[in-house]
Design a protein around this ligand. Structure first.
Ligand code: PMP
Length: 450
């Protein structure tokens, strides 16, 4: 037994979740990692959710927690929102999957085009992964080039060419700004690392260097305006300005991955920053809790998805693309996500970050909080958090105990300490979360964890 396993928090978690422990052991026999959602696995075993309603989820042992994870930001209106459920019920009666195009797809696309300035056309598919795959194909087809630029720590789904350079980033003091990435997982083709250029985030000079060295070979550079998996780190306006001007100058397609950040403002984070990308990828919130992905952008790029006699050479396929349930739920969810709703969760985000920071200060804990709008992350490191390098130095044990300690007190963050707020949350829920954080820190401190 090490000091983590002996800690009060770890033991309490194990005691509170005995049914999940039994289920995990059983499930691991026939599902590798015990769940197809392998990212949701953690020590000592994950709790398995039985049901969720509003801001709460309840696990197999009957533990009810406020869901600050929200399926990695997806459930922006919480679980089972009345209007979204009603839209789904109506659609269930009308049919769930058709053998010809459904009519509501157009309505949803119109809505997205009205919201997002740079988006003139949209196609749907079934996940952010697919959206990114198609966006990169569009970029290759439009430019006749092969390589892709991505930023250190950026997660853009699980297709081959973006499963690189996510985890293994240079150390904070490494002067290298542009590099060839390593693979995040085994089983990728060699081209997935060879054809990708890895660029330091929030570093205008790195962007200039990447374009200078590889510009003529780069079909696209893909960027998140707030680096999510890499640390919930907002871009600086200067970084995005340089990225836009350098890519435009070198004929590189700029793909803005708004799978997470669309929540930041009505027009997405790109609207907030005044960024005009060539293509935008979307998913998560735009499905209203159902599987979805979408690529949108300017006509001059989207045209390669058109009919072959109009220059169409790239295909967006998928038996379930634009499936009627995702379209109905997603349209309702996005209509609900108006300026007032976004203002509400962004205000709560400020409150959450301030509450977490003051608890860290109270205990002198060597940790920091990043985030913007309705997102935050706790990092157990004192390295500067301006790109993806600082977050990789975080203490994994303290991270795990923070996650488990919060779970024990009825609050679910992500295992890495990310929180994503939902519109039904109120100030009292944020207070409850910050109190649970305070108590978790107290317990960790008493156990000598920091
Ligand atoms: N892009 C970003 C920025 C993401 O955060 C994610 C998922 N977390 C994806 C793409 C992939 O989306 P999906 O899980 O729907 O494939």
């Amino acid at each position: 037994m090490n000091r983590i396993q002996e800690s009060t928090i770890y033991r309490e978690f194990s005691d509170q979740n005995s049914t999940s422990r039994t289920h995990a052991a059983r499930a691991s026999d026939c599902i590798p990692t015990g769940t197809s959602r392998s990212l949701l696995k953690h020590a000592p075993f994950p709790f398995y959710v039985d049901r969720a309603e509003g801001i709460y989820s309840t696990d197999l042992d009957g533990n009810r927690r406020i869901d600050f994870h929200n399926n990695y930001t997806t459930m922006i209106h919480g679980h089972g929102h009345q209007d979204i459920s009603e839209a789904v019920r109506k659609q269930l009666e009308l049919g769930t999957s058709f053998s010809a195009p459904g009519a509501r797809e157009y309505e949803f696309v119109r809505h997205l085009c009205e919201r997002i300035r740079s988006v003139e056309q949209v196609v749907f598919n079934n996940s952010g992964t697919e959206a990114v795959m198609v966006a990169l194909r569009i970029a290759r087809a439009c430019t006749g080039r092969n390589r892709i630029g991505k930023f250190e720590g950026g997660y853009h789904g699980s297709s081959d060419f973006v499963m690189v350079g996510g985890h293994d980033v240079p150390a904070p003091d490494d002067p290298v700004r542009v590099s060839v990435p390593t693979a995040d997982v085994a089983g990728l083709p060699a081209a997935a690392t060879e054809d990708v250029v890895l660029i330091r985030y929030n570093d205008p000079q790195a962007v200039r260097e990447a374009v200078e060295r590889f510009g003529g070979e780069l079909a696209a550079i893909i960027v998140e305006p707030i680096l999510f998996a890499g640390g919930v780190i907002p871009a600086t306006p200067e970084f995005l300005e340089v990225l836009r001007s350098e890519t435009a100058r070198a004929g590189i397609v700029l793909v803005c991955d708004e799978v997470v950040t669309l929540r930041h403002a009505v027009g997405g984070a790109q609207g907030f920053y005044g960024l005009e990308p060539d293509l935008t990828t979307m998913a998560k919130t735009i499905g209203g809790g159902f599987p979805v992905g979408a690529v949108g952008g300017r006509r001059e790029f989207m045209r390669v998805l058109g009919d072959p006699d109009e220059g169409g050479t790239v295909a967006n396929l998928g038996t379930f693309s634009a499936n009627p349930i995702s379209v109905s739920a997603g349209l309702e969810a996005m209509r609900l996500l108006d300026e007032a709703a976004i203002g509400h969760i962004n205000d709560l985000g400020e409150l959450a970050r301030a509450g977490l920071r003051s608890a860290l200060e109270k205990y002198g804990a060597p940790a920091q909080v990043t985030g913007a709008g309705s997102l935050f992350e706790v990092h157990w490191t004192l390295e500067p958090l301006i790109d993806a390098r600082g977050p990789t130095t975080a203490d994994a044990d303290r991270n795990l105990l923070t996650f488990l300690g919060m779970c024990n007190r009825g609050i679910q963050l992500s295992m890495r300490g990310i929180g994503a707020l939902s519109t039904p949350m109120q100030r009292s829920d944020i207070d409850q979360m910050t109190q649970a954080f305070d108590q978790t820190l107290e317990e960790m401190n008493e156990d000598g964890i920091f």
